[in-house]
Design a protein around this ligand. Structure first.
Ligand code: ATP
Length: 829
């Protein structure tokens, strides 16, 4: 179960802190080496001239070294500084320190980054020092000088400096992502952070002036009690003492601040200070009124516009620190190696180019024109657009022809063209023409492979992209399930509904990582969605006590739907606590480490509930299914729960008003009657389709005719296998536990055959501890409250514990385990 596989952060942190002995030994050793090297080097730099003459006298006791670490220190200094890399040797000491700390699990530094920086300076600094000192002294070391000398002879002094300059510049640009804008803003930051602080610490002459003036004001005021202490101002806003200035109105695009000229302090009136703070380019209009106030000539009025400073509050800073330390939260990390399904799993059905049969087009055109002429409908213009399964003939009728008169001719046109599936769209929305859709004699198939491979699908930034197939003008048609936000599908049997569901699921599987999306699958027919059981540990969600992730039993469907409602409520609570409006915002905040998992926050995957054969559910469970579905459909979109509900029988008692109102997106395959078409689409047309994936899609505004992409069962099987063979989570995603009310109210009507699987274990725990406590059962058996409560009710009904006793534990009616075993034996009979 993916939720439970992770150890708690605190215990993991504690484990992390425990150091093994070899770790301590090597860690401390590295740190000591680094200290010895550092002091040896410093000491060597101070005394190298004198000590160098003692080379080769390591074992001679009479020769003394002035290095702090004696001859060893001297030797180290000579080896690293003089004979090698000069002062860059300190970087070596630093590397030892960093790795020592790393071994001791003190992650002050990012080891590889630090190593990289050090290496750069080990290479660059000796050459630079060589170029500066020209080999004098030890700062460049022998290597530094030699390389510098070599470069000097090859590229000249100017070339050498150029190389040095360019390399250090590149280093800073790449490392600190510096560009002119960045540099400017960083300099500004520096200015504000350092100079600003210094300025703020030192009283400025303006402040003095202000203070003086305030003092004068205070003195001149007759009521001596009115002493104003200037409030400590933030660094930026300027406080302006205004004497007798009537009203200052500062307006910008967003707000207008009016400050009255006087404020009462402890009963006295004194001129007020005005704090002017601006956020965007402001328009300042100062409008002194004339009558009741003195002239403003004598005041020294300064306005300074405060710059917008991006102030991070404490929690933002904390999350920033966490991000700096660990990077953004990566929800894919648990299955980091997961590979999205590849294109070759889908079958290539060969050339899908639309072949234009000119004869057929011409023939149909003539028939349409001829027929309309017979009915006295003159045509000014006619145009054909060839799609995968239908050709759209768009006609512009002559002036004075009524649209309704053409619409009435639908059956006549169909008869004349001797074709099924003719649909007349009069008028074509936004086109000023009348459309007649005529099925092609040789329709081309739209394969799932071709639509998945399309740039449109590959480059989409939709949250839950669903590619349905192609439109009548042969364009790939995609929609975002997250925006739909729920989809109702209908179609008589054998018209392509199951293929449509598979196409939707396939599109999602090709785009979404298992950590981002979970399916709850309900399949009363038991065979349609069973293929997906292979991806249980990757993409499916189920109830904690559910055996199969694909739900086929009506009773379980009710529990699952109610559990989804609980999940929805929990998600709303999480969003509320995180001050987020929708799942996307919430997950973004979580990824940026602004939400603490210890407060229950977690990365929330989208949940897509797929119900194949809704009619069956409504027939067997009625309101019990309808209500949670309607509730989810009404509320769940913001928390990332989306519904796809399919039915063969779109009759009004299945797709009730309540359901329909909450499913703005509808997909209709061919249905039997125009009444069914009206039920699903609020319009006729679905009864005129030709089947085999020919569909109408209604997005709340307009109805589009589409050819659904075809994905065959073996293809789906391959995809499911490809995913199923990869490492998955420990189990399916667990939905919150839910038990129906009837199940919880079984007290008094104990049926031994209906008892919970853990009934006997619970009874043993209760009797051995002689405590009839539900919370103890919860703890010991690791159960949810509902289930533990249910078991306790069964224990009561069977006579093992007494009745509910308020806050106290229930009385245990069996005194020892032996008697209990006998009792259980009886029950089993
Ligand atoms: N998009 C499509 N392109 C081409 N042929 C299709 C398409 N969709 C369905 N078909 C054809 O129609 C047949 C029936 O489709 P499907 O199994 O999806 O029907 P259905 O509506 O789900 O039926 P049922 O409700 O009985 O399961 C498929 O076997 C296939 O031959």
């Amino acid at each position: 179960m993916e939720k439970h596989t992770k150890t708690s952060p605190s215990s993991a942190a504690e484990q992390n802190k425990i150091l093994s002995k070899p770790r301590i030994f090597f860690g401390v050793l590295f740190v000591i080496i680094s200290v010895v090297l550092t002091f040896s080097f410093v000491s060597y730099l101070l005394n190298w001239k004198a000590d160098q003459s003692q080379a080769g006298t390591m074992l001679d006791k009479t020769v003394k070294s002035s290095n702090i670490f004696g001859k060893i220190g001297d030797w180290l200094g000579n080896l690293f500084i003089f004979e090698s890399i000069g002062i860059a040797a300190f970087a070596v000491a630093f590397i030892f320190f960093v790795f020592g700390m790393l071994i001791l699990k003190k992650n002050y530094f990012k080891p590889w980054k630090t190593f990289g920086h050090s290496l750069f300076f080990i290479c660059w600094l000796p050459i630079f020092m060589g170029a500066i000192t020209k080999g004098e002294g030890v700062l460049s070391g022998v290597y530094g000088f030699q390389i510098m000398d070599f470069l000097n002879s090859v590229i000249g002094t100017a070339g050498l400096w150029l190389v040095l300059f360019v390399s250090i510049a590149l280093y800073f640009i790449l490392e600190f992502n510096l560009n002119p804008n960045n540099i400017k803003s960083k300099l500004n930051d520096l200015n504000e952070n350092t100079l600003g602080k210094v300025k703020a610490m030192m009283p400025s002459s303006e402040n003095f002036e202000a203070d003086d003036e305030l003092e004068e004001i205070a003195k001149s005021d007759t009521e001596a009690s009115n002493i104003i202490t200037p409030t400590p101002a933030a660094a930026v806003p300027v406080e302006i003492p205004v004497k007798g200035f009537p009203e200052v109105e500062i307006s910008n695009d967003f707000e207008t601040i009016k400050t009255p000229n006087k404020t009462t302090f402890d009963g006295g009136e004194i001129p007020q200070k005005i704090t002017v703070t601006e956020t965007t380019a402001p328009e300042i209009s100062l409008s002194p009124t004339t009558n009741s106030t003195p002239k403003s000539d004598d005041i020294d009025f300064k306005v300074e516009v405060a710059k917008t400073v991006d102030v991070l509050d404490e929690s933002d800073q904390k999350s920033q620190e966490l991000v700096n330390q660990h990077g953004l939260y990566d929800h894919k990390l648990d299955l980091a190696k997961f590979q999205m399904p590849t294109l070759d799993l889908l079958r290539d059905y060969g050339n899908e180019e639309i072949s234009i049969n000119r004869e057929e087009l011409e023939e149909n055109k003539n028939k349409i024109v001829g027929l309309l002429k017979n009915f006295n409908v003159g045509i000014a213009e006619i145009k054909a657009t060839v799609g995968p399964t239908v050709t759209l003939y768009e006609i512009v009728p002559e002036a004075g022809i009524r649209v309704a008169s053409i619409k009435k001719l639908q059956d006549d046109i169909a008869l004349n063209l001797s074709a099924l599936g003719i649909r007349i769209i009069a008028p074509m929305p936004g086109k000023g023409t009348i459309g007649i859709e005529v099925p092609r004699k040789n329709p081309s198939m739209v394969s799932m492979r071709s639509v998945i491979a399309s740039q449109k699908f590959q480059n989409t930034d939709m949250d839950l992209p669903v590619v349905f197939g192609k439109t009548i003008s042969n364009e790939i048609f995609m929609a975002d399930l997250a925006k739909m936000p729920h989809l109702l599908m209908a179609g008589a049997t054998g018209q392509g509904k199951s293929v449509g569901i598979n196409a939707i699921l396939t599109s999602l599987l090709y785009k979404k990582h298992p950590s981002e999306l979970k399916f709850v699958m309900v399949d009363p027919k038991k065979v349609e969605l069973s293929l997906y059981s292979k991806i249980e540990r990757h993409y499916l969600a189920k109830l904690p006590d559910g055996d199969d992730a694909i739900i086929t039993d009506t009773h379980k469907v009710i529990n699952t739907l109610n559990s989804l409602c609980i999940e929805m409520d929990q998600r709303y609570d999480l969003l509320k606590n995180a001050f987020c409006k929708n799942l996307k915002e919430y997950n973004k905040k979580f990824t940026e480490r602004k939400l603490n998992p210890e407060n229950g926050h977690r990365y929330l995957p989208y949940i897509v509930l797929v119900v194949d054969e809704f009619a069956d559910l409504i027939m067997t469970a009625g309101k019990e299914v309808e209500l949670p579905i309607a509730r989810l459909a009404q509320l769940a979109r913001a928390v990332g729960i989306h519904l796809i509900v399919a039915t063969q029988r779109p009759s009004v008692n299945v797709i009730t008003g309540m359901i329909k109102a909450n499913f703005p997106a509808r997909a209709a395959f061919r249905v039997i009657s125009s009444v069914d078409s009206r039920t699903i689409l609020d319009a006729t047309g679905a009864d005129q389709l030709i089947g085999k994936g020919d569909m109408l899609y209604f997005n709340g505004n307009e109805i589009l005719r589409l050819q659904c992409a075809f994905v065959d069962t073996p293809e789906v099987e391959k995809i499911a296998e490809f995913i199923g063979e990869q490492k998955g989570y420990a189990s399916a995603f667990m939905l919150p536990e839910y038990s129906s009310e009837e199940a919880t109210s079984t007290v008094g009507a104990f049926d031994p055959n209906e008892k919970d699987a853990l009934f006997e274990d619970a009874a043993r725990i209760i009797v051995s501890t002689q405590q009839g406590s539900t919370s103890m059962l919860q703890r010991q058996l690791k159960l949810g409250y509902n289930r533990a409560g249910r078991i306790m009710d069964q224990l009561e009904a069977s006579g093992i514990v007494g009745g509910f006793n308020g806050a106290k534990a229930r009385e245990v009616l069996i005194s020892d385990l032996n008697s209990l075993e006998q009792f259980l034996e009886e029950l089993r009979k």
